[in-house]
Ligand binder design. Structure first.
Ligand code: NAP
Length: 291
């Protein structure tokens, strides 16, 4: 472990950040510091220097940033403006930032020209970072395979998954692959100004995703198509799903249904040397959540 190289991981208890933490520990090239609002419930490995902090309170981040060389930055909010103060705080301490952006960001458009709200806010954070003077890399991942955990309750209690837009094709991405690219960008040279557009290795409709889960857990599962409004009501009634995100999610699916099939990239393999993991592999890694 190199005490000269300290990496601060934000979103360290989330899908991607938790993987970034564990892969940095395995790489043994950096001291790993993690940001969370609730250290007492974060359940991070003992090797991690866990710091309490809130990205909505940039002044309080200064302590967590002391002595840090590189930051893995995720942005959990739907508005980008508060990110400027966070990027400024990072710039006062660190040399490098790797930003978990979104595949929704369209090339060649300003933040205001982006067609999707998620693309707008992430494009704005990207712009703040590009203007900061930091060494930067942006990760623009496709849809996370982890989103399908939203079906876990339905699958644990029955053989049918209800939702809208079952025919939407997605290039689902394993969080371990996003993290693997992040760890390379955080710890190696050669990623400055890189925009890493990441996808999984295959395109699957939601209906096919449900069949894959069934095949792995050994129980045939069926997709049941709901109207958009019925699906919206279902999401709003689900306490584990953020209500504010229901319309954005369904609008995104409607757009994806009309858009060309997602284009696959080979960026995961080009950066890490290993091909992107399949959705089948992701389900095997998370099978316990569906049983
Ligand atoms: N889901 C997708 O398909 C998809 C696709 C492309 C891009 N993305 C982007 O990926 C990001 C989500 O990543 P994820 O799935 O790894 O996260 P996640 O599992 O949703 O976890 C959220 C993380 O954000 C942290 N967090 C929330 N509010 C915070 C605050 N006020 N201050 C500090 N930390 C806060 C939480 O930390 P604590 O609770 O420990 O504080 C937690 O670690 C979003 O920006 C999303 O737009 C998602």
């Amino acid at each position: 472990m190199n005490a000269e190289n300290t990496v601060l991981v934000t979103g360290a208890t989330g899908n991607v950040g938790r993987q970034v933490v564990s892969q940095l520990i395995t790489a043994r090239t950096s001291t790993v510091r993690a940001l969370t609002r609730n250290p007492s419930t974060a359940t991070l490995p003992d090797e991690v220097d866990v710091r309490q902090g809130d990205l909505a309170d940039p002044a309080a981040l200064e302590t967590a940033l002391e002595g840090v060389n590189a930051v893995f930055l995720m942005w959990p909010f739907h508005t980008a403006e508060p990110a400027l103060a966070v990027v400024n705080a990072v710039t006062r301490h660190a040399r490098r930032v790797v930003f978990l952006s979104s595949g929704a960001v369209q090339d060649g458009l300003t933040p205001a020209q982006q067609s999707h709200p998620v693309g707008q806010s992430h494009a704005q954070v990207e712009e703040f970072i590009e203007q900061s003077g930091l060494t930067w890399s942006h990760l623009r991942p496709s849809t996370f395979a982890a989103n399908t955990l939203w079906w876990a309750d339905q699958i644990r209690t029955g053989d049918v998954v209800q939702g809208a837009y079952g025919a939407v094709p997605m290039a689902l991405l394993h969080e371990a692959d996003i993290a693997a690219v992040a760890v390379h960008a955080l710890t190696e040279d050669g990623h400055h100004r890189a925009v890493h557009r990441l996808t999984g290795p295959e395109v699957l409709t939601q209906t096919a995703q449900v069949r894959t889960i069934g095949a792995v857990i050994g129980r045939p599962l069926l997709w049941q198509e709901l109207s958009r409004e019925a699906a919206r009501q279902r999401l709003l009634a689900d306490e584990s799903f953020p209500n504010a995100f229901a319309d954005a999610l369904l609008d995104g699916y409607a757009d994806m249904l009309d858009a060309p099939r997602p284009a696959l990239t080979s960026t995961v393999e080009a950066v890490t040397g290993a091909p992107a993991r399949t959705y089948h592999q992701w389900v095997c890694d998370h099978a316990a959540d569906f049983r």
